[in-house]
Design a protein. Structure first.
Length: 278
């Protein structure tokens, strides 16, 4: 039952993402949901290229729990991104992020961000303007869409008991996936994963096979292509920028890999009207 719930939750989150909502689940030891534990909008992806800024983001999640109000929260993170937060319980919340409504307030946070983490202010502003939504959602609609996800997450936690008791192997794999997602723009090798997560290369390979039925290389490539699909359909970023944000250093190689996986070149994928209507 647990595996079926995790599958259904991940599928529902993928469905919401396909409708243009950047949905993620946050909390302690969320196990098989770790691949949906990250904000996927271009601005957040850009900010998290800095490891210290990434750590700051994780630390700020506790502030969300502290602001709990039994309904929902709409607020701005330290980097200037606004998000809707829906609480499941005292350990878990759902985020729908990727909004840039209060530009003037966000500019002040970008100013601080550039000073603390040495980002280029003009580059931050460009990604902010191109990679975020600048109109609020209908909250009634969001609540309706999120309600099934809240129920499934609650049922999952009841099914597996206290989610903090997830076995050591699952925790190790969570750490591995978190490392991969955090460094998706970098050159990720089996050795670098093993070193970062304090385990052997064979353990990394076995865990990927057990949990995803894929090799490390194939999983990372699929993750990058999936992120590229989202960016191509939801932003106007140049193809070269999309490639870099997804971990491809060579635009030609990115185009070849993308077409091999999806069946269309990045340019044709972006201009495909049938995909935009999904």
């Amino acid at each position: 039952m647990k595996d079926n719930l995790i599958r259904d939750i991940n599928n529902y989150i993928s469905y919401l993402n396909s409708k243009g909502f950047s949905v993620s689940v946050h909390g302690k030891n969320i196990g098989g949901l770790i691949e949906n534990n990250i904000h996927n909008n271009p601005y957040c992806a850009f900010v998290k290229t800095n490891d210290e800024a990434w750590k700051k983001c994780v630390q700020c999640q506790q502030n969300v729990f502290n602001a709990y109000n039994n309904d929902y929260l709409f607020g701005m993170c330290y980097a200037g991104v606004e998000e809707y937060v829906f609480y499941v319980n005292d350990k878990t919340f759902i985020s729908i992020s990727g909004y840039g409504i209060d530009k003037e307030k966000a500019k002040k946070r970008m100013e601080r961000l550039s000073c603390e983490y040495h980002f280029d202010k003009s580059e931050l502003l460009t990604v902010y303007e191109q990679g975020l939504k600048h109109k609020k959602e209908n909250i009634s609609k969001l609540k309706t869409l999120v309600k099934p996800l809240c129920h499934m997450l609650s049922l999952l936690q009841i099914t597996i008991g206290d989610i903090c008791l997830i076995e050591s192997k699952s925790k190790t794999f969570d750490s591995i996936l978190a490392f991969v997602q955090r460094n998706i723009m970098q050159d990720i090798t089996l050795r670098s994963i093993a070193d970062a997560c304090a385990c052997s290369e064979s353990t990394v390979s076995h865990l990927f096979k057990e949990y995803t039925n894929q090799s490390v290389k194939k999983y990372i490539n699929n993750l990058r292509i999936k992120q590229a699909e989202r960016l191509l359909l939801t932003t106007n970023l140049p193809i070269g920028n999309v490639a870099i944000l997804c971990g491809f250093t060579d635009t030609n190689y990115f185009s070849t890999a993308f077409k091999k996986s999806v069946g269309l070149s990045p340019v044709k994928y972006r201009t495909n009207d049938s995909l935009k209507k999904l």
